[in-house]
Design a protein around this ligand. Structure first.
Ligand code: NAD
Ligand code: WQD
Length: 344
């Protein structure tokens, strides 16, 4: 049976690399496109170690339409695309908005132009719960109003969703786009051969936790405990990155089976909210490590509480997460330990 070829832009990155593994294990033939602006070649080695074979990778910039066109010409018979390639650092986007608008919106527009030219019609797009801003009601559904983003990064995701919606509404495009709104991806592949590689000081909670536990960071600061939650700390929907990767396989399958509409949005989370202190406790239980942390001031721009209503993804995509918060934390810890071993 011929294996459908799926182009995975940003496929050497955190979520992309996990998705490439799940695609192969589901019988697809992924082809990676990545410029390694926020990842390392070692991710390709990790993927190969898990799969027992390497996955082809084109080292190009997705904002370069000509280079993208050459990839589609070289890789005959691409059946679908998953577009992960983007910059994702909220703080950096405030300091360098043009870099984010050019890369995140520019790469999507370039990709869509080439897809239109070559007649590839199936697209899964990486969106984010950040488009919901500070929601009035919880859990958030796909109907929850998309708010003014609280960062240029968040605005690029909102704008990309608008680009896809306008393309669908033009009635002139055969592209069908499924936008997955991720909540908070955490953890790593159980093999500990791929995982999150934060370059520099991590902004995100879980890599900061594991780097503190392994002695790379002095202490974790919990950003505020005076929110209106059970223990005063913020609530998030932490989804295991392998579960998130599997959601992409399901979305691709549905597109290739012709079941997708021109533009659709799905919340991809666990449907459960956990506070920061609950996340820390889950880490301590999973790793057996006592975490050194203190409570500090709130972080500007933080959303107090957000977690997903996943009923639409469950019904329409037939997707549900299976991993627990503790399992995700254990996988994050095992990955951190494997990184330490490599350093020795
Ligand atoms: P990541 O930075 O690990 O992966 C992104 C990959 O894209 C990197 O390998 C980078 O080198 C590549 N890339 C960036 N710009 C490129 C370009 N112009 N051309 C080619 N390659 C390019 O990030 P991630 O965490 O895997 O996120 C993947 C996607 O999911 C992004 O679109 C991000 O906005 C989105 N997302 C991430 C999170 C999260 O918390 N990680 C949450 C919601 C949405
Ligand atoms: C989670 C919780 C912090 C670090 C970000 C982006 C979002 C998306 C996912 C791309 C918050 C608290 C964190 C620390 C802490 N990325 N925290 N101490 O902010 O929910 O979302 O990543 O789409 O766009 O904004 O994730 O991991 O930074 O924070 O107390 O050292 O942990 O306050 O409540 P966030 P996060």
């Amino acid at each position: 049976m011929t294996k459908e070829k799926i182009l995975v832009t940003g496929g050497a990155g955190y979520i992309g690399s996990h998705t490439v593994v799940e695609l192969v294990q589901a019988g697809y033939e992924p082809v990676i496109v990545d410029n390694f602006s926020n990842s390392e070649e070692s991710a390709l080695e990790g993927i190969a170690a898990i799969l027992g074979r390497s996955v082809p990778c084109h080292r190009i910039d997705c904002t370069d339409t000509a280079a993208l066109r050459r990839v589609f010409e070289q890789e005959q018979n691409i059946q679908g695309v998953i577009h992960f390639a983007a910059y994702k650092a909220v703080g950096e986007s405030v300091a360098e908005p043009l870099k984010y608008y050019h890369n995140n919106v520019g790469s999507l527009v370039a990709l869509l132009q080439v897809m239109e030219e070559v007649g590839v019609t199936n697209l899964v797009f990486s969106s984010s719960c950040t488009v919901y801003g500070i929601p009035d009601k919880l859990p958030v559904t796909e109907e929850t109003p998309v708010q003014k983003a609280n960062s240029p990064y968040g605005n690029t995701k909102k704008m990309c969703e608008e680009v896809l919606t306008d393309l669908a509404n033009s009635g002139k495009s055969s592209i069908k786009a499924t936008a997955l709104r991720y909540f908070n991806p955490i953890g790593a592949h159980p093999s500990a051969k791929i995982g999150e590689l934060p370059l520099g000081v991590p902004n995100n909670l879980v890599p900061f936790i594991t780097q503190t536990a392994v002695g790379m960071r002095e202490q974790l600061t919990v950003f505020g405990d005076d929110y209106d939650t059970s223990d005063g700390t913020c609530i998030r929907d932490y989804i295991h990155v392998v579960d998130l990767a599997k959601a992409h396989v399901v979305a691709v399958e549905r597109l290739l089976q012709g079941k997708a509409r021109a533009i659709e949005f799905f919340n991809v989370g666990t449907g459960t909210g956990n506070t920061v202190l609950e996340a820390i406790k889950a880490f301590e239980k999973a790793s057996g490590q006592k975490l050194n942390y203190k409570v500090g001031p709130r972080r500007v721009g933080d959303v107090p509480k957000i977690y997903a209503d996943v009923s639409v993804a469950t019904e329409e995509l037939g997707f549900k997460t299976t991993s627990t918060l503790e399992e995700a934390m254990k996988s994050a810890w095992d990955w951190q330990l494997s990184l330490q071993k490599e350093k020795k």
